[in-house]
Design a protein around this ligand. Structure first.
Ligand code: IP8
Length: 259
């Protein structure tokens, strides 16, 4: 089985609050359907989560009372996004169910402390595709914090030992520097799980409370260390996801597993 994450920048417009890209999400789900593979799917929050989470510093934990209202609104907004993603699966003849991290997982200091995987496994074993998503969750030290879709991918890799972890992004993979700012940026096709690549750091221009590309790479290395091949593919280009699921050569960055 495969675990797949739809990046928030792929399924939403990260600059405009609560804008869902229904057409692109539908196409990506149809590619999963065509590939005939068993999957667990995670999606990011995009503009349904990051804008408000950043404004109220929800990733820092409880500091002031006005964050409580923001927590409730962000949980509602990511659920709203999740419902639209879920509908895309049902419309593409994939039976899927939603599982909110706020109801099966606890954080401690912004990291996953414990997770209950049995619900997810129960649905998966029935042939249903479980879908989860980046969320605001209870935190044993900070009262609440953010659990990103990337952290969920790591937890699911630990719990379910997938064949591959596929991160669907709005870019071909990891580049030597930001290709939007540097014409000499080159795609790094393979990263050896032992050595962190030399990537030039650039400031993100969109709100992201969960660490941007370096936070993602760190998690991908941890997944690769579990022996799970990890791929970043461009979800804005047709058939990249389908080809990655079908073990075809595809333009991507592959983080090779260490074992
Ligand atoms: O988009 C973040 O999840 P991500 C979740 O996967 C929230 O980083 C609520 C901002």
């Amino acid at each position: 089985m495969f675990i797949i994450k739809f990046g928030g920048s792929v399924i939403t417009d990260k600059r405009r609050k609560n804008t869902f890209d229904a057409a692109r999400t539908g196409r990506l789900v149809s590619e999963i359907n065509l590939a005939h593979k068993k999957t667990i799917v995670v999606h990011g929050a995009g503009s349904f989560g990051h804008i408000l989470a950043k404004k109220f510093e929800l990733h820092m934990g409880f500091k002031k009372q006005e964050q409580i209202r923001a927590l409730a609104e962000v949980q509602r907004d990511v659920k709203e996004l999740n419902l639209m993603v879920l509908n895309a699966f049902l419309e593409n003849e994939i039976s899927a169910v939603s599982l909110a991290p706020s109801a099966f997982l606890l954080n401690e200091n912004g990291l996953v402390k414990s997770m209950e995987p049995s619900l997810m496994k129960g649905y998966f074993d029935m042939g249903i595709t479980p879908i989860s998503f980046g969320d605001v969750v209870l935190d044993e030290a900070l009262k609440f914090s953010i659990c990103s879709g990337d952290q969920l991918m790591l937890e699911f890799a630990r719990a379910f030992h997938p064949e591959k972890a596929i991160f669907v992004a709005d870019i071909d993979g990891i580049f030597t520097s930001d290709p939007a700012a540097d014409p000499n940026a080159e795609l790094i096709p393979v990263i050896n799980g032992d050595s962190f690549p030399a990537v030039k750091k650039t400031e993100s221009t969109v709100d992201d409370v969960t660490g941007g590309i370096f936070g993602k790479l760190d998690i991908m290395f941890k997944i690769a260390a579990l022996g799970v091949e990890t791929l970043i593919v461009n979800g804005t280009v047709e058939n990249r996801l389908k080809d990655a699921l079908s073990d075809k050569e595809v333009i991507s960055t592959r983080i090779e597993s260490k074992n």
